[in-house]
Design a protein around this ligand. Sequence first.
Ligand code: SF4
Length: 165
Amino acid sequence: MDAPADKKSRIKVRHKYLVSACLAGINCTYNGKNKLRHVIRRMVEDGIAVPVCPESLGGGSIPRFKCEISGGDGGDVLDKKAKVLTPCGKDVSKILIAGARKALAIARKYGLDKAIMKSKSPSCGCGYIYDGTFSRKLVKGDGVTTSLLRRNKIRIYTDTDRKYA
Ligand code: SF4
């Protein structure tokens, strides 16, 4: 049974984490699917995590282009030293940068100082990302959003990391 309205109004939900929306079961990946992690969906349902999909926030549709960072990592994209390209060479860097800025704005709005990000993604990747050749080869580095969050002192975990739980 729901709590009475006056009791509800006294319950303070304390958000703590920004999380990649696909990990919460939202169908927002480039091919319209999700990367559900039940523990993260529960965190959203319990009100301690806020889901964001930077590539959607930046203007990418669902489904949308597949893309990888070419010539560096997410920090290099933010510094205009590398690009995010589709397999046919279209530059979609602006979309990923815009999404990163919006994700950071949401983290600030909710006062979040931790994030759980989807591994290997050109936006949300943490520690390792694909190398830009679309051959599933990984290189060291963060995605564009993860790089921007780190630069703004947000502590980053990845979905394969259990230390956040
Ligand atoms: S941009 Fe991040 S949240 Fe959105 S689908 Fe890719 S990994 Fe998931």
